[in-house]
Design a protein. Structure first.
Ligand SMILES: *[C@@H]1O[C@H](CO)[C@@H](O)[C@H](O)[C@H]1NC(C)=O
Length: 403
């Protein structure tokens, strides 16, 4: 009996040691977040091990979460849900059942998951789309784009681009009773990246008749120049998206080799090309003071032993939409950008908001002092966080007013 008790106490102590991480006071429901994070970390370790022994690719293991949360296209009392394809790209379409007089609005939604994970079919995304469709009386197109490592840049971008272009055709808009002047693109994390990139590129496409009225970007990834911004430093080990995972996502998107991945981790991956673009992502110039804090600006790549010219796509604006000049930004639609204080990507979003504003674009930058990356995915029991629900409500409210 005594022995059992000792073992029990030991296991508990070990568990507590594994689970406990110091989290900022500002974050709510900290113990729950620690537990969620411990599960994520365990899966990450399992994925690393699995890759090490040659069982499965790291991302293939990580995909179990996506698959586990997958739900079918079932209609409910408010919304008709259907899986279909737009020009061969799979999409899940949500249409409000009630047909009010007049045309409807539409949101083309792009899920997150680092270009490697996630799906429109995941329960939290499915719930978000239903809620948006119902509350906005809007048609929601949730895009099931191809993922890395099987598919690399620009496949993900191209899939989303194809869907947006297809949907903006006059006959398609008519088919869905959508007002051509009230279409949004939106996404979270890697989905925010794809939404921002498509919003930029579609403006220059002469074959596209319609246009995007607003872009709503939830904690988007926007730049590949500097993986050492104050938010990357401050939140290097925050739950859900540690810096190592974010950089790994980028490298998987491009199909970088191990040596380039190492340079990216060390922020020494700059090239002559990226030096010319580095001003666009210079946080010393584009971040408000409250985000710069006491961090010292070090131009990226200064310690680079050799330039990494082997994957030029790393600085392609279709992958890194912050890396364009003001003349491109000026043409962009009304923008909603969400950032979280405890997120490595905070400064990507904050810099984009600043630069868009400076270029004369109307921007609402909603910054959450009490939130973390991925929060809008945590809305179902037992991993539900009040902050996730709050962010979704604000997001829908913004679309209600501005779309
Ligand atoms: C970044 O911005 C700061 C402040 O505006 C400036 O002094 C510095 O030269 C810039 N660095 C790069 C690499 O663009």
């Amino acid at each position: 009996m005594g022995n059992k008790l000792v073992v029990f106490a030991l296991v508990n102590a070990l568990l507590a040691y594994y689970i406990y991480i110091p989290l900022p006071e500002a974050l709510g429901e900290r113990w729950k977040l620690m537990l969620v994070d411990a599960c994520f970390r365990s899966l990450e370790h399992l994925a690393e091990l699995s890759e090490l022994v040659g069982f499965k690719h790291y991302m293939e293991m990580m995909m179990v979460l996506t698959t586990a949360e997958s739900v079918g296209p079932s209609s409910d009392e408010n919304v008709n849900v259907m899986d279909t394809t737009f020009n061969q790209v799979p999409v899940r379409v949500y249409e409000p059942k009630i047909l009010l007089p007049g045309l409807r609005r539409a949101v083309i939604y792009i899920h997150g998951g680092g270009w490697c994970l996630g799906s429109a079919k995941m329960k939290p995304y499915d719930l978000l789309s239903r809620k948006s469709a119902t509350e906005l009386n809007a048609v929601i197109i949730s895009v099931e784009y191809r993922l890395a490592p099987e598919h690399r840049f620009p496949d993900q971008f191209n899939d989303v681009y194809t869907v947006v272009k297809y949907f903006l055709q006059q006959d398609v808009l008519v088919q869905y009773s959508v007002d051509p002047a009230r279409v949004a693109v939106s996404g979270d994390s890697a989905g925010g990246n794809l939404a921002a990139a498509v919003a930029q590129q579609i403006r220059e496409d002469r074959d596209v008749q319609g246009e995007i009225k607003v872009q709503a970007l939830i904690y988007p990834a926007l730049q590949t120049i500097d993986f050492n911004t104050p938010s990357y430093q401050q939140n290097e080990n925050m739950p859900i998206l540690p810096k190592t995972l974010m950089v790994r996502f980028w490298s998987e998107y491009f199909g970088c080799d191990k040596s380039l991945l190492k340079m990216m981790m060390a922020n020494s991956h700059s090239t002559r090309e990226s030096k010319g673009l580095s001003n666009f992502a210079n946080w010393s110039a584009h971040l408000p003071e409250e985000f710069r804090k006491d961090y010292k600006y070090v131009p990226p790549g200064i310690e680079s032993p050799e330039p990494s010219g082997n994957v030029p796509a790393v600085f392609d604006p279709r992958a890194a939409p912050l890396l364009v000049g003001d003349e491109k930004l000026q043409a962009l639609p009304h923008t909603y950008i969400v950032t979280c204080e405890y997120d490595v990507l905070r400064d990507d979003g904050a810099m984009y908001a600043r630069r868009l504003q400076a270029a004369g674009v109307q921007v609402t930058h909603e910054h959450y002092e009490d939130s973390f990356h991925g929060a809008i995915m945590f809305i179902t029991w037992p991993t539900d966080f009040a902050i996730g629900q709050k962010m979704i409500s604000h997001y829908i409210e913004w679309l209600q007013k501005n779309l």
